[in-house]
Design a protein around this ligand. Structure first.
Ligand SMILES: Nc1ncnc2c1ncn2[C@@H]1O[C@H](COP(=O)(O)OP(=O)(O)OP(=O)(O)O)[C@@H](O)[C@H]1O
Length: 244
């Protein structure tokens, strides 16, 4: 199976704080990979170093066989990105933001179709700033899919969405996966991770403390449920400290 994302010995520090410490991971085509960990564990930093929007201090990253720092323009056409926060002009409408985004790429998916699939087709004329949190979140996923990407990066995918909208997003991701799209996501919802992710890695203070499938995570822990197992890996040290 073709490796779409490969990360070897990635490190990144902010001053003395090590945010990513010797990260190794590999994501085959058409699979969903979950980057997990508590707040501040290093997920966004790792994702941004993979994308080349942050420069790593050390290590090697390849996406679709390209170097995200030196092949930025070529990669840009094939990669969709949804960040936790995005900036946009104050007076821009949903359809204008979609048009502006589409104009950045040579080939695109149909923005109107995407807006309909995500249940926000009726908001095309609304100002982005007037959308509800959940509608805005859906719009940012739509923007990530406008380049009709081969790889999608989704940071905190369904934060702010209601239960129905989360399920709808899951269905869309399954359809993308069927098409061979590769997805790297971060999420704080373990039910979502269980449903969507083929493989995961759990970060704690910038280090990978588990790498494998959800069922391997449960099997190798002392827990029966994945959410408990996740907490066991992600929070173990803190719990030990608290008991002192
Ligand atoms: N620009 C920055 N300057 C200094 N420190 C930073 C910067 N960005 C992140 N950090 C620190 O690096 C560590 C990792 O942060 P990062 O945002 O990658 O974590 P995260 O796992 O994505 O967290 P969250 O779940 O809260 O989004 C944290 O301790 C954070 O405070």
């Amino acid at each position: 199976m073709q490796e779409i994302i490969k990360v070897e010995h990635l490190t990144k520090s902010y001053g003395k704080r090590i945010a990513a410490d010797n990260i190794n991971l590999s994501v085959p085509r058409g699979t969903v990979f979950g980057l997990l960990g508590a707040n501040g564990a290093g997920k966004s930093t790792t994702m941004e170093c993979i994308l080349g929007t942050k420069k790593a201090d050390g290590g090697k990253v390849s996406v679709l066989g390209m170097n995200p720092l030196t092949d930025r323009r070529q990669l840009f056409e094939k990669v969709g990105v949804q960040f936790q926060e995005a900036s946009y002009p104050d007076k821009i409408t949903v359809s204008e933001l979609c048009e502006v985004t589409a104009s950045l790429y040579r080939q695109t998916a149909c923005p109107d179709e995407l807006l309909d699939r995500f249940g926000i087709g009726g908001c095309k004329k609304s100002l982005v700033k007037d959308l509800s949190g959940g509608q805005r979140q859906r719009l940012f996923i739509v923007l990530a899919l406008i380049p009709d990407p081969e790889v999608v990066f989704l940071d905190e995918l369904t934060t702010g969405l209601d239960a129905k909208a989360r399920r709808d997003v899951w269905k869309i991701l399954f359809a993308l996966k069927e098409k061979g799209v590769t997805i790297l996501l971060t999420s704080h919802f373990m039910d979502e991770v269980e449903v969507l992710c083929d493989r995961i890695c759990i970060l704690r203070k910038g280090n990978i403390v588990f790498s494998g499938t959800v069922s391997e995570a449960v099997k190798n822990s002392s827990c029966d449920k994945f959410e408990d197992a996740y907490l066991w890996y992600a929070e173990r040290e803190e719990e030990t400290n608290e008991s002192f």
